[in-house]
Ligand binder design. Sequence first.
Ligand SMILES: [Mn+2]
Length: 320
Amino acid sequence: MDIVKHIKNKKTFLITTHVAPDGDAICSELAISYLLEKLGKKVFIINDNVVPDHYKFLNGIEKIKTFEEYKKEDFDAVVIVDCPTLERIGRVKDLLKEHYIINIDHHISNEDFADVSFVEPQASSSAEVIYNMYKQLGIGFNKDIATYIYIAMLTDTGSFNYSNTNGQTHNIVAELLSFGIEPYDISVKVYASKRLCDIRLLGMVLETLDVEFKGTLAYMICTKEMIDKSGSDISATENFVNYAREVKTAKVGLFIRQNTDDTNIYKVSIRTKDDISATNIANTFGGGGHIHAAGCTIKGSLKEVKKTLFKAVEKEFGRK
Ligand SMILES: [Mn+2]
């Protein structure tokens, strides 16, 4: 688990994460970039997509550049955070040749694609894995680092609601609070700072809410047309799936979003309850994730996608 011995001959690191980055992805990138700098390394961060608006208040966020902004800097190693597969980094994959890859993650479905992997499936977030690295190396926190780790844990646990929340999560949060982070301020900035068009898009998506299998499956659909009509974009849809999950009778909640570039591709977010595995459903389509939260991509028309997806859900129900 000692990252130092794996990086001692490496000087410059490209840091990246998954497409449509969430709080854990963004904050893990910032937290690991600071740790590597403390170890005397040069770092730069390149993502396939832009940073969602509600994370732009973070100190150091300007370090994160998009694929288009990449200035052909040289690097001799890559750190990929919060990604169970290499494909998930999107176009950034095109920049990698024979580079040494380090993977920091907490997805149970992690494919161990890197040269060295730091994967802790029991961790609330990838940032918690990085928190453990700080502890192991004896590198102290400051308010910014504490804020990154806190936001990653907050958002990946659904505000400490999901089954990946435990005593350790709260112990770490208590420690982070001692560095002066401001939970109220963070909550307003992360959760109560949406654009009007984002809420309008949510309204359109909620209109599609429907159930199957006697209410045990709840699902919602978001088409390119809805996104265009609302004036919003895909970054607003990060947590929409939770509304399907909130239906009392639902054991599975699905959010099916049409790709805005190729409308014959659908991105599916899966949330489950109790012993129903979101990972099993996602695996059917080459996706992955955690027991209660996973995702995958499916090609086809909406009708076809719904049909094969519901079949996979039915199979998972039948497994019990
Ligand atoms: Mn995560």
